[in-house]
Design a protein around this ligand. Structure first.
Ligand code: ADP
Ligand code: MG
Length: 318
């Protein structure tokens, strides 16, 4: 089973973002993951990094008079290490409490994207802090960057969000899993790299959607279940309106109809729904979207939004 932890699970809205706060949130997440493992599931963990990479970009920028700031892909690697460390320690601690005899390891993960992915012609993903119009225009002229005015809050740099094609470290990740390790991989959607004709990789300034990257990871390690844990218990239709209805267990076809009707937020629930639909379409047994504290109940079919191939499979879980 592949389990994705939402960025909000690690740095919750309204929190300051201190190390202690993040560790406490990770610890809660790890208690849930340990329950899944304790009930017999083999788990690979991925996670978001939006808030962490945002903070890091501010730190690099603020220190840029004294030390050179690092590019986005290196900040991605840094946050994989940062969050991976927190998961390794917390999950390891819970394992020792529960007498689960497994090790936890993080792989710094590179994900190959296509150099000619159309996303590079149309960057849409805002990253880092807000700046004034003047600073934004200067960066656009001098550094050939793309910036947008973000909902009246100031100007932000935008980068491409290309489609993940291939995870570079898959073989090692599979070996680690086969040897009874719990692996943290593909954090923050993975570090986007492009591959040249001589199989040489290099990092690119882009952000891969973590939900799409987790689906890729799930498929490459032959996971049967994809579980995306976020801050809402269910996917809803007519979200945020008096007609809101939470979705339970449904077929791919039913979910695709709701997708076509436009019920899911583009930068939030949309990619999760796309990831679960594609995962099951590609042969995955079942995919779940639910909140972090309900992972175990969801796997038992008691809660959460779940997608199966057809009605027979739905009836088996319901
Ligand atoms: P994560 O950090 O886990 O990726 P996101 O903020 O990207 O979380 O996505 C989860 C959010 O998606 C929810 O908190 C909710 O506000 C929003 N959302 C948008 N559309 C829907 C929908 N149709 N049903 C449920 N939540 C939705
Ligand atoms: Mg998200």
């Amino acid at each position: 089973m592949a389990v994705a932890l939402g960025g909000n699970a690690i740095l919750q809205a309204g929190q300051e973002g201190t190390a202690d706060e993040q560790l406490a949130n990770v610890k809660n997440a790890c208690e849930q993951i340990a329950k899944l493992i304790d009930s017999g599931y083999e788990v690979v963990v991925s996670h978001g990094n939006g808030p962490q990479v945002g903070s890091l970009l501010i730190q690099h920028e603020a220190g840029s008079d004294e030390v050179p700031p690092m590019p986005l892909e290196i900040c991605g690697a840094q946050t994989q290490g940062q969050i991976g460390y927190m998961v390794q320690q917390s999950l390891g601690n819970v394992f020792r409490e529960l007498d689960i005899n497994k090790n936890v390891l993080t792989t710094v993960t590179q994900v190959v994207v296509n150099e000619d992915d159309e996303a590079f012609a149309n960057p849409t993903k805002p990253v880092g802090p807000f700046y004034s119009e003047e600073e934004a225009k200067k960066a656009m002229e001098e550094k050939d960057e793309n910036w947008i005015e973000d909902s009246g809050r100031g100007w932000r740099k935008v980068v491409a969000s290309p489609v993940p094609q291939k995870i570079v470290e898959t073989e090692s990740i599979k070996e680690l899993i086969a040897n009874d390790n719990v692996v943290v991989a593909s954090g923050g959607g993975g570090i986007p790299v492009v591959e040249d004709e001589n199989e040489q990789l290099s990092g690119v300034e882009a952000v891969i959607d973590k939900d799409l990257a987790t689906r890729k990871l799930a498929e490459e390690v032959d996971a049967d279940i994809l579980m995306i844990l976020t801050d809402v218990p269910n996917v809803a239709i007519n979200f945020g309106t008096p007609q809101q209805e939470n979705l339970g267990i449904l077929t791919i076809a039913e979910m695709e109809e709701y997708q076509a009707e436009g019920h899911f937020g583009t930068g939030s629930m949309g990619p999760k729904v796309q990831a679960v639909v594609d995962f099951v379409k590609n042969g995955g047994e079942r995919a779940i979207i639910t909140s972090l504290d309900q992972a175990l109940e969801a796997i038992e079919g008691k809660t959460g939004t779940q997608i199966c191939a057809d009605k027979d499979a739905v009836n088996q879980i319901a």
